[in-house]
Design a protein around this ligand. Sequence first.
Ligand code: G4P
Length: 534
Amino acid sequence: MSLTVDADVAVLAEADRRRTFAIISHPDAGKTTLTEKFLLYAGAVVQAGAVKARAGRRRATSDWMGMEQERGISITSSVLQFTYRGHVVNLLDTPGHRDFSEDTYRVLAAADAAIMVLDVAKGIEPQTLKLFEVCRSRSLPVLTFLNKYDRPGRDPLELLDEIEAQIGLRPTPVTWPVGIPGDFRGVIDRRGGDFVRYTRTARGATVAAEERIDSGRAALEEGDAWTQATETIALFDGVGATLDAASFLAGESSPLFVGSALTNFGVRHLLDAIVDLAPPAPARPDVAGSLRPLEAPCSGFVFKIQANMDPAHRDHVAFFRVCSGRFTRGMVLTHGPSGRPFSTKYAASMFGADRDTIEVAYPGDVVGLVNASGLQIGDTLYEAAPVTFPAIATFAPELFATARLKDPSRYKRFVRGLTQLEREGVVQVLRDPGGDPVLPLLAAVGAMQFEVFTHRLANEFGAEAELVLSPYKAARCTDAASAEHLRRIDGVRVLARVDGTLLALFENVYRLQRLKGEHPDWKLDPIVTAGAKA
Ligand code: G4P
């Protein structure tokens, strides 16, 4: 089936007004606060704080799992959609905990841009450095927000150096502060040279009025602080640290904004930047690298699977990012890997724990396919003209553990839970091809994945297990021929992932390096991607 010319134009126009992005930050840098303020400024909530739980429990609409609520952190991800200045903004929530989890990487695969939120007192924190590197390696356009400027913090120039040195992303300040962190007067908007005075509303519950002042008056009123800020800006002009759309879209430079999410300052600048600078939903490449045109029949891929989102219904939701065409609820798509038809009767938009039936979606949007138990992470779904989108990158696991069941009579439940949580990608499961199929080694990128695993195993499947960490320090992809040799070496184990990839695990990194030197013909490749579904 081919779409009519009018329909093509409509799809292109809808894709053009979509902005799909993720906020990435270290816990406590202000991601939740900023998310709330976005909703406030977009008119999606009337008062910020309304989406937070009461009784001091810190959680936004997108936190829903019991464990998240207990700890006030966000482990799973969902999608907030709102309109702003005639644009449809899809905010993909990333887990906001100290550990990296594979979930975050998957969410970034579905985003077209990211906002990096840094606490001005802290800068880039080591635990989240990896996340920023992923954006950089994927050439994802990144906007930077220096948050908490209302409080004492570090010299912002130092933070700029840090961003460039550690992530290799060139910051290009769009707004620049007048005053120091803690004595914040406002920002200079470099696009027109105006001064935007810092005003605060009570905890920023309502939209702040913006006072714009011309540079002449600002110089008189702000004195030395103004002079210092303008001198710094002259320095930026001199070294070309100026907003540059092309290098931003290529993921090389990052437009930088300064503000205070708590008091609403700078929130509108950032939201405007999403609309004005961040890219619209682009045509996405297939596995062979050819772009699937936006106006082609509907297609997309599953980037996340979550079961039991609604404990009352024990259901299973696949998050589907639309890449081309017009999605309408009830349409029958083809499931790429199996070639089978897939009915989208139960499609929903996901707004935290709430869900509404979704009728229509366009490129950039995310649809929650409810009760989609046949879908796996990375699967392509398409209408008419077949397409296969690339597998979602997974990262080399760094932690390994075996599960010890506390009550052996719960064995069946354990196996059911293991199978489900493996499918959802909560942890990677490595099996010994010749060994016990149900006592596998669990592998993860971050420790939180293990915690989520045992928590869900106990709460959703009634199987309490204890995890015992294994001593492996490194994992490499290998092949059957090399595996023959590797299996004979002490301290090395070869296991298979569900997609058939063989992984060699090493207790000792030096041993790995020595083996690589001694046997250059053995396959010992770093693990970058998995689950290829070509
Ligand atoms: P996260 O999602 O990135 O983990 O951070 P979150 O927004 O929850 O913010 C962490 C803490 O930092 C919160 O304080 C929040 O109020 C505060 N905060 C966020 N943005 C700003 C800002 O611009 N300026 C200042 N001064 N503080 C900011 P909390 O005490 O942990 O929680 P709460 O009691 O305020 O909710």
